[in-house]
Design a protein around this ligand. Structure first.
Ligand code: PEP
Ligand code: MG
Length: 576
């Protein structure tokens, strides 16, 4: 199998070509039998092995923490800080010592049993906060065992340029990929609008998802060719195929370089109308790309990434520092900060949520914030305090009904009043926006428009809810059609309602980065398009070639067509 050439098709998740060896995640977990068969030497020697494994694990963790700190900032680094502090836990050491000296266990077995005992104890406590601690302990057990077994550094860590192969990658795992070594990734699960795919696009990592058959076959060390633009994956390609893809890779790099000049140009239609091409970010670490690709502002700051992978929720002052930094760095360009949108495929260690049959239809985003006002108010206070440092726009996700908007605004007003009474300055004007991502909100957009300052269309969710097709389900990828006339009509309806009420409309879902859709959106009256920063030059170039009059005409035609395919054919002249 290892040398047999094979070709597979997955879901294109992030464009670009990668050619590298496969690194299959989780293939190097210690087989349980190997731990159980470990023979004990003298207790003194086993204790020494354990002490050395502790020391090596500490060094690993400190180096990972330092890299994450410099690349992704303090908040993301804290998870590793928690692991480092666990290494020093006196109770854990005492238990390992007891098992080695009193029971005659080998160090591997002592570590496994000691940590398993702590996990058992924590599992019995009915407190959500312990779930993250249990994950930390599992991680630590794996790491210590890897050092004791002598394969640390050869498991989850990469030796050279690689393509990651995994069943699934969570959004936080995606953020933590080592971009100097990860050339691309392929997963069995996921869809083009799952958050891991969205992150891959903003990190510029080519990716294919929903490729279960290929993932099951790929072995560590297989040579892979991954085309994230088409979803094509070659395993151990023939020489001629390899050469063809090496040429394609060179062409891709040239075309990307040619687009670079568009990063520095203004965002204008062919007839000179100003447009705003903004960037979607997940944190401070994305700001370099925002600057590189010349974004006109931030159209979506997904704040939830700041809450992930940490045992405690970020407090008000931490959040304030992050918002202040982003606002100051972007000033005078506007920054749309979305309040916490957790749920669906985005989960928090610090706030484990009840299992729901349909998490995307569940207690997500604003629904959760209105149920947990304490969390919501902390974020709003941090936002209000930061508002004096730039041009802040606050946006509420997953608004279905007017009452939710009113409730959110009332809480915001209360927090503002409290701050003002305490003499803490808050900006005079902060635009308040509503995400239009539930069909009910699009259908009743005129009602919402009367009580907010802008709309931003969340086309990822709007598409999944309109088509009743879970955005995470690779088997329904064919229904995930943002350019379907059903979705286009809802977007047009919302944009028209906004215009009637004198407010502006943006789009921050992935549709904004699709050259076909971008032109249609402008034709519907959308004036701000927000996307992964790397897509900005291409979309800017595309829109510079189309007049508003043409875009309006195409948008009208598109809404009357029979299918997404018909829309794309009309726009590209190619039968896709
Ligand atoms: C969307 O739904 O289009 C959106 C931008 O939000 P998210 O992808 O974070 O759900
Ligand atoms: Mg959404």
């Amino acid at each position: 199998m290892a040398n047999m050439a094979r070709c597979y098709k997955g879901i294109p998740a992030s464009p670009g070509i990668a050619i590298a060896v496969a690194r299959v995640l989780d293939s190097c977990d210690t087989p349980e039998s190997s731990v159980l068969l470990a023979c004990a030497d003298t207790p003194e020697l086993e204790w020494q092995r354990f002490s050395e494994a502790l020391e090596s694990s500490r060094k690993d963790l400190e180096s990972v923490r330092d890299t994450i700190l410099s690349e992704l900032g303090q908040l993301k680094a804290e998870i590793f800080e928690a692991h480092i502090s666990l290494l020093k836990d006196p109770e854990l050491k005492a238990e390992v010592h007891r098992l080695i000296f009193d029971q005659g266990f080998a160090a591997q077995l002592a570590v496994r049993d000691a940590i398993a005992g702590f996990i058992d104890l924590l599992s019995q406590v009915d407190d959500e906060m312990f779930t993250a601690r249990i994950d930390d302990l599992r991680d630590l057990s794996k790491r210590l065992t890897a050092h004791l077994e002598g394969y640390a550094g050869k498991s989850d860590e990469l030796i050279g340029a690689s393509i990651i192969v995994a069943n699934d990658l969570t959004p936080s795992e995606t953020v933590q990929l080592d971009r100097s070594l990860v050339m691309g990734f392929v997963t069995a699960c996921g869809s083009a609008v799952s958050h891991s795919s969205i992150l891959a696009r903003s990190l510029g990592i080519p990716a294919i998802v929903g490729a279960a058959e290929a993932v099951a076959l790929i072995q560590d060390g297989d040579l892979l060719v991954l085309d994230g633009g088409t979803g094509k994956l070659l395993i151990n390609p023939q020489t001629d195929e390899l050469v063809a893809y090496q040429n394609k890779l060179a062409e891709y790099k040239t075309s990307q370089a040619a687009l670079a000049e568009w990063a520095g140009k203004p965002s204008l239609s062919a007839d000179g109308q100003n447009l705003e091409l903004a960037a979607n970010i997940g944190g401070i670490s994305d700001l370099m790309a925002v600057e590189k690709y010349g974004a006109d502002g931030i159209g979506l700051f997904r704040t939830e990434f700041m809450y992930m992978d940490r045992p405690m929720l970020p407090d008000e002052s931490e959040q304030y520092q992050v918002y202040k930094h982003v606002l100051e760095r972007m000033n005078p360009k506007p920054v749309v900060i979305r309040t916490l949108d957790i749920g669906g495929d985005k989960q928090l260690d610090a706030l484990p949520m009840k299992a729901e049959a349909n998490p995307f239809l569940g207690v997500r985003a604003l629904r959760l914030c209105l149920a947990r006002e304490d969390i919501f108010r902390t974020q709003l206070r941090a936002l209000l305090r930061a508002s004096v440092h730039g041009r802040l726009r606050i946006m509420f996700p997953m608004v279905a009904v007017l009452e939710e908007l009113r409730a959110a605004k009332a809480i915001l007003a209360e927090e503002k009043l409290t701050l003002c009474k305490a003499g803490i300055p808050v900006a005079d004007t902060i635009e308040i926006g509503v995400m239009i991502e539930i069909p009910a909100a699009a259908l009743c957009a005129d009602i919402l428009a009367a009580e907010c300052d802008f709309f931003s269309i969340g086309s990822n969710d709007l598409t999944q809810y309109t088509m009743a097709a879970d955005r995470m389900n690779p088997e329904l990828a064919h229904l995930n059609q943002a350019s379907h006339p059903a979705v286009l009509r809802l977007v047009a309806m919302a944009a028209a309602a906004a215009r009637r009420h004198g407010i502006w409309t943006g789009v921050c879902g992935e549709m904004a980065a699709d050259p076909v859709c971008a032109a249609l959106l402008v034709g519907m009256g959308v004036t701000e398009l927000s996307m992964g920063a790397a897509s900005i030059p291409l979309i800017r170039k595309k829109l510079a070639g189309i007049s508003i009059e043409t875009a309006v005409h195409q948008a009208e035609l598109a809404q009357g067509l029979e299918s997404a395919q018909a829309v794309r054919t009309m726009m590209t002249g190619v039968d896709t």
